[in-house]
Design a protein around this ligand. Structure first.
Ligand code: ATP
Length: 364
């Protein structure tokens, strides 16, 4: 097709003010974001947050009630799904049991356009090599493991070399171990093939493992779009800090470099936060940044120290989690690597301490 001169540098997907309302239900509201070419992009959020609806607007199966969807720099509003340069892979990828592996992979090419036999067979060989199933073309589907079937489905989805592949909970049907393996595999395939991948998932670990960037959704809105590291280290909202990993929250009012928390006192916060005095904020502290001491004086200079009572020590294999109650009755969690070497006993009074630079202020 004739592409606009700008198309080569345009993002794979550009959403501008996109919204979708079903009757009275606003499923997606005011989403503006770019998905870059050749990136592995995930849409992550809890059930019902609007991920699937957002993806269906990219595919064209759902028409936005507001805003525009551009694909490769071209306005796609009004373009039906089969005319969009994209393909989809669902959790329930149905392979045809009466066709062998090669025929399954070739299926789409045969349906979409007639091509010379030799060309199709070459494309099938290439697609099978991509998913590390060389020589499996003649096998029957019944002879394959779950992971191998998944790979056949990926080869089938990529054989037509779409610019964009949308994956809806692609690994949802696999058991835990195979899932972890396929996460790395999918990422590797995506890099090799150079196709933009967009996946929809509610599994935070999956999104962190595979993605170049993640969009976090809640209540129909996109709250943050960032790299996995930035989302973990610099969450934009309390929801993000809570949804990705675990955070302790202390809520209060800012005054300079201090946060006034009712009945807990004035605590040091990260410097240079740029928020006005009197602003109501949450201070988020990751459990792995909290250290426990018996005495307040044992905490290194400059660390915040709050007294509490140790309630429970939970051994997690690679880490140990300490559940405390602070003096205002709220829960607080600390975590250390490996087994418990603290020498602390349940019920003992302790101090939870942290470096204020490793805490994060979130505007209420
Ligand atoms: P899940 O992870 O459970 O699939 P999701 O994040 O993909 O959830 P959506 O399926 O996009 O969420 O749904 C978002 C909201 O829109 C929900 O409240 C849902 O009930 C509503 N919704 C989705 N599709 C329709 C529809 N066709 N008609 C009416 N309401 C819908």
């Amino acid at each position: 097709p004739d592409e606009a001169p700008t198309a080569a540098s345009a993002p794979a997907v550009r959403l501008t003010g996109v919204g979708k309302t079903f009757g009275d239900t606003p499923a997606v509201q005011d989403v503006t974001l770019d998905i870059r070419r050749n990136e592995f992009f995930s849409i992550l959020g809890p059930s019902g947050c609007g991920k699937t609806t957002l993806m269906r607007m990219i595919t064209g199966f759902e028409v936005p009630t507001e805003g525009t969807v551009e694909l490769g720099g071209v306005n796609a509003n009004g373009v039906p799904p089969h005319k969009r340069d994209l393909n989809m892979l669902f959790q329930s990828y149905a392979l045809f049991p009466h066709l062998n592996v090669g025929e399954n992979v070739a299926f789409e090419l045969k349906v979409r356009r007639s091509r010379p036999k030799a060309e199709i067979s070459k494309a099938v060989t290439e697609a099978l090599a991509l998913v590390r199933l060389e020589g499996y073309g003649e096998r029957s589907i019944a002879q394959l493991s779950g992971g191998q079937r998944q790979r056949v489905a990926i080869a089938r989805a990529l054989i037509g070399r779409p610019s964009l592949l949308l994956l809806d909970e692609p690994l949802g049907a696999l058991d835990q171990k195979l899932r972890a393996e396929m996460q790395l595999e999918l990422k590797k395939i995506q890099r090799e093939v150079g196709v933009t991948f967009v996946t929809v998932t509610h599994d935070q670990e999956e999104a962190l493992t595979m993605s170049d960037r993640i969009a976090i959704m809640d209540g129909g809105r996109v709250l943050q779009v960032d790299s996995p590291e930035a989302i973990y280290e610099r969450p934009a909202t309390r929801f993000v800090a809570d949804f990705i990993g675990t955070s302790n929250f202390l809520t209060g009012t800012l005054g300079g470099d201090r946060l006034g928390v009712e009945s807990l006192g004035n605590l040091a916060v990260p410097r240079g936060h740029g928020l006005a005095d009197g602003t109501g904020v949450h201070l988020a502290i990751r459990p792995e940044n909290v250290r426990l001491t018996r005495e307040e004086g044992e905490a290194a200079a400059g660390r915040v120290a709050l007294p509490g009572t140790l309630q429970q020590i939970v051994y997690l294999g690679n880490a140990t989690r300490y559940h405390l109650t602070l003096t205002d009755g709220s829960d607080f969690i600390a975590e250390s690597r490996g087994a418990d070497r603290s020498g602390l006993a349940m019920g003992e009074p302790v101090w939870a301490t942290w470096d204020p630079a490793r805490s994060r202020l979130l505007d209420q």
